[in-house]
Each structure stands twice: as structure tokens, then as C-alpha cells.
Design a protein around this ligand. Structure first.
Ligand code: NAD
Length: 508
């Protein structure tokens, strides 16, 4: 399979960005972005200086004064228009996602579809930002809560969902009345500029300030400038646990709010009654899809001793046939790792797993390196482990799956929960009692607990996020919107008297 040339990819990226309304010459600068597809430059862009970041936040804070007073359903109208523009430019944005982060076309289109979905969701939500009314202990009193906009939301996003994560935050933040300043991954600036250009168009058409949605480009330094700015009310940061360990305490130190979506180390338990065909398909998509570069990618299989050999053999057979190559080619199912650093971590983990007694079942090698020395394609890899050793406790962001055996379900649940991360988990079983136990308080300790489906591929209707070192944040559906608003409790007295709570008397 041949990989596309630098000229071809540059031209494709430029035309997709232009179609979304981005003038690349205006954004040009000295920071060269490489495509994981061929390891060659795609575009050179300017990064924001600390002063520019501060100025963007200040402009957003000014825009907030106006935006928070716009009726929420009118704000929803802007998000509806943004959703329409996303539908129109779905292929353009998906092309940029593929070029900058290496997702296969179907997954890149799926990512943009998720942006469309969250816009639809947020439009409906714009009429449902309601609080509760509580019964008061005092006569002729009313107790209720109201939800108000919060302020500027700073979004820091990871490379592997370069546009969807921003849209989950932004569609919800906008209907909640909050302007957004976005620091995208340094790997995906074109995706960011193109998505933001579509939102700017929607804001402009409705006559609202462009400062309601802004982008600042750069690396961790740019992110930290936003993190430390007291005018950013909520920092929503998606990325590694290492990043969250720095961001969380810094935001807390200034009593800001943070929403952290960090690393995962997701397992599937395969019980004796599991449907092995369905299980195998579920494992292969979750573990090898997106070249193992989803926060929810499956990294561990904990299979009952009666089925562990069969599961390993089936997954290995499927892996051996997976088409690896350019993610732009129809038929490819496994694209590249994002960069050389990702490949080094993968290679180090494969070695460490073998050194700690693991048996390499399939994969372990780099492919297509003769075609493109700077691109990092690997064969999805399975290592059979005797125990859940130290390397298995670490998130390696690559298609590397560890398989372990268990004898009883309590042992399997203990293994599922023994890692420091707590994002996603699955059980494959036909036994309802086992499924219920896994979903109960005595079961998985993760934020996502699935039955007969892999660990990845969540829908936007549910709240998304995880526990422990995954950071505790929740985004997207359910009541995740509350993180983007502040709550006021109101007590209204229409009695004409002044009875005090808890029976207190204070006669004056
Ligand atoms: P990363 O932590 O290297 O970078 C993520 C973002 O944070 C980037 O924009 C980066 O510039 C910024 N950043 C890094 N260090 C920072 C710091 N000290 N201060 C401020 N900003 C900083 O992660 P990545 O390699 O881009 O993405 C992969 C990681 O993201 C994996 O660990 C994956 O599990 C995680 N992830 C989690 C979720 C989730 O929802 N839980 C979703 C996607 C990715």
C-alpha cells in the first residue's frame, strides 16, 4: 500500500481548511505540524504568545457580560446553525482529522458526526436548564434553585479526539451562557481552526461577538497561561493523567473549577457464558480500532480460564488479518500511531511486558517503515500475561492488549479495579446475575460500565468520564451541563411574617 506524498496531503489539507473558511496564510508561522500518515509537514502555523492568550481571555470575559443575558433558547439557535454548518462540512473536517491525527475515514467522519449530535442535544437542552423547587419547612415560603451562566470556559483538548471533545464542551457551554477559549492539541491546529471558523460563522450570522468562541494555538505553556488566568471560571482539560496532575491543583489553588478527562486503562471481563463471536468483534474494535488511541480503548482482557485460550486465539486470528495502512485508503482499519514518542512508549511497553513474563501472541512489530521512515504504523499486539504486572497498570496509548486469566468473578472484578485509572469497563456474559453484579456497587469502579459491548464508542446522550486518575469529570449528556453553570438557592417568603428556620426565635 502506498502512502500519500507531502504535496498531496498539504493540498488536501489546504483545500479542506479553505472550504471551512480558514485563511491559512493569515495563520502561518514557524511551528511545523507533521502528519502521522507519512511523517511529513502539513502546515506551519504561528503559536499564541502569553499576552495573546491573556487578551483572548479578557475579550471572552467582556463577551460574557452580553452572552449570559441572551435567552438560552436564542443561544441554542446559534448552536443549531453551527450543527447545520458541521453537517455541510462533515467531510472537510473529517479529512483534516485524518490528516492531522491519522484516524481512518469512517472514524474521522464518526467523530464529526458526534459534533453534530452534541449540537442537536444542546439545542434541546437550551430549553431545559431547569432547577428544582423544594418544600420549605416554613409556611408560605418557597425554596427553589436557579441555574446561571458560569463565565469563561477554557477548553484544553487531546490529539486523539481533536474536534469532538471541544464540541462536547462548547455546544453545552454556549447554551449555558459561557464563552469558550480553546487550546487544542498542538498536533491538530488545522482541525481546530476549521471547526472554530464554522462556529464563528454561526455567531456572525446571528449578530453575536466573535469573542464568544476563540482559539489559541500552542503547547502546554499556552495551556498553562489559560489555566492560571483567574478570568477562566472553568478549565475543562482532556489529556493524560500527567497533564491533569499539573492542571487540577493549579486551578484549585485559585479556587477555579476544573473538569478533568484523563487517561484510561480499560478492561473487559469475558465470562464462561460469553458469546465468543460477539466478544471477539467487541474486543478487536475496542482494542485495535483508532490504533488503540482512544481514552476508552481496551487495554486488558480478563478472561475465565475456561475460555481464555479460545478468546486469545480468536483475537490473534482477527489481528493477523487487520488491514494496516494509510487511513485515507478505503479498507484500512488500522492507521498510524500519532508520532515517534507514541511508538517509543509502545515498543518499551511490549519489551517490559515480555520481561515481566508476558508471552507475545501477535504483533509487536513496526510496519510500513520502509515507505515512510517518519511514520509509525504497528501491527496490533496481544501479550498474554501471567499476572497484572506493573506495565499493565500503565496506560500505553497504542494497540497493545494484555490478556489475563481468572477463576472466579470476584477475582476478575478485583483485577478490573486494581489499576489507578477508572474510565471504562465491560463484561461479556449471558448470565444476568454476573452482569448485574458487575454494574453494582460491588462491581466495576469505572465511570463507564458496559455489558456485551466493548469499552469504547460511547454515545453523547450519557455522561462521559471516569473515576480515580481519570479525573472524575463528566461531559456530554445526562446532567453534565451543570458543570458549566452556577447554582443559586432562592428562598421566597410570601407570608407577611418572618418565621425563622429550625424554630429559632429572635424577637426584635
Ligand atoms: P497530553 O496530556 O499530552 O495533551 C493533552 C492536551 O493538554 C494538549 O492540548 C496539551 O498541549 C495540553 N497540555 C499538556 N500538558 C499540559 C500542562 N502541563 N498544562 C496545560 N496543558 C497541557 O495528551 P495527548 O497525548 O494529547 O492525548 C492522549 C491522552 O489523553 C491519553 O492519556 C488519553 O487517555 C487522554 N484522553 C482522555 C480522554 C477522556 O475523556 N478521559 C479523551 C481523550 C484523550
Amino acid at each position: 500500500m502506498s502512502l500519500p506524498s507531502e504535496t498531496d496531503l498539504r493540498a488536501l489539507a489546504e483545500s479542506a481548511a479553505r472550504a471551512c473558511g480558514v485563511d491559512l496564510s493569515a495563520a502561518a508561522g514557524e511551528h511545523v505540524g507533521l502528519s502521522p500518515i507519512n511523517g511529513l509537514p502539513v502546515a506551519s502555523l504561528a503559536w499564541s504568545t502569553p499576552d495573546q492568550v491573556a487578551a483572548a481571555v479578557a475579550r471572552a470575559a467582556t463577551a460574557y457580560d452580553e452572552w449570559r443575558l441572551v435567552p438560552a433558547p436564542v443561544r441554542g439557535g446559534v448552536v443549531r446553525r453551527f450543527g447545520e454548518l458541521l453537517r455541510e462540512h462533515l467531510d472537510d473536517l473529517a479529512t483534516l482529522v485524518t490528516i492531522e491525527v491519522g484516524k481512518i475515514t469512517s472514524e474521522a467522519r464518526g467523530e464529526v458526526q458526534e459534533m453534530v449530535d452534541i449540537c442537536d442535544y444542546a439545542v434541546g437542552l437550551s430549553r431545559q436548564l431547569f432547577g428544582r423547587t423544594m418544600t420549605s419547612e416554613r409556611p408560605a415560603h418557597r425554596l427553589m434553585e436557579t441555574w446561571h451562566p458560569l463565565g469563561v470556559v477554557g477548553v484544553i483538548s487531546a490529539f486523539n479526539f481533536p474536534v469532538a471533545v471541544w464540541s462536547w464542551n462548547t455546544a453545552i457551554a454556549l447554551v449555558c451562557g459561557d464563552p469558550v477559549v480553546w487550546k487544542p492539541s498542538e498536533q491538530a491546529p488545522l482541525c481546530a481552526l476549521a471547526s472554530a471558523a464554522l462556529l464563528s460563522r454561526a455567531l456572525d450570522e446571528a449578530g453575536f461577538s466573535p469573542d464568544i468562541s476563540q482559539v489559541v494555538l500552542g503547547d502546554a505553556t499556552v495551556g498553562l497561561t489559560m489555566v492560571d488566568d483567574p478570568a477562566v471560571a472553568l478549565v475543562s482539560a482532556t489529556g493524560s493523567t500527567r497533564m491533569g496532575r499539573e492542571v487540577g491543583p493549579r486551578v484549585a489553588a485559585r479556587f477555579g473549577r476544573s473538569l478533568l478527562e484523563l487517561g484510561g486503562n480499560n478492561a473487559a471481563i469475558v465470562a464462561p457464558s460469553a458469546d465468543l463471536d460477539l466478544t471477539t468483534r467487541g474486543i478487536v474494535f475496542a482494542a485495535a480500532g483508532t490504533a488503540g488511541q482512544r481514552c476508552t480503548s481496551m487495554r486488558r482482557v480478563i478472561a475465565h480460564t475456561s475460555v481464555v485460550d479460545a478468546v486469545t486465539d480468536r483475537v490473534a486470528a482477527a489481528y493477523a488479518k487487520l488491514p494496516i495502512g494509510s487511513p485515507l485508503e478505503p479498507g484500512t482499519l488500522v492507521g498510524p500511531l500519532v508520532n515517534e514518542r507514541a511508538h517509543s512508549s509502545y515498543a518499551a511497553a511490549v519489551s517490559a511486558a515480555q520481561e515481566s513474563g508476558g508471552e507475545l501472541v501477535v504483533g509487536g512489530e513496526r510496519v510500513l517503515d520502509a515507505e515512510a521512515a517518519g511514520a509509525y504504523y504497528v501491527r496490533p499486539t496481544v501479550v498474554r500475561m501471567k499476572e497484572q504486572s506493573e506495565v499493565v497498570h500503565t496506560e500505553t496509548f497504542a494497540p497493545l492488549l494484555y490478556v489475563m486469566a481468572y477463576d472466579d468473578l470476584d477475582e476478575a472484578i478485583a483485577l478490573n479495579n486494581a489499576v489507578p485509572q477508572g474510565l471504562s469497563s465491560s463484561i461479556f456474559t449471558q448470565d444476568q446475575a454476573e452482569a448485574e453484579l458487575f454494574m453494582s456497587a460491588a462491581g466495576s469502579d469505572c465511570g463507564i460500565v458496559n455489558v456485551n459491548i466493548g469499552t469504547s464508542g460511547a454515545e453523547i446522550g450519557g455522561a462521559f468520564g471516569g473515576e480515580k486518575e481519570t479525573g472524575g469529570g463528566r461531559e456530554s449528556g445526562s446532567d453534565a451541563w451543570r458543570a458549566y453553570m452556577r447554582r443559586a438557592t432562592n428562598t421566597v417568603n410570601y407570608s407577611g411574617d418572618l418565621p425563622l428556620a429550625q424554630g429559632v426565635t429572635f424577637d426584635v
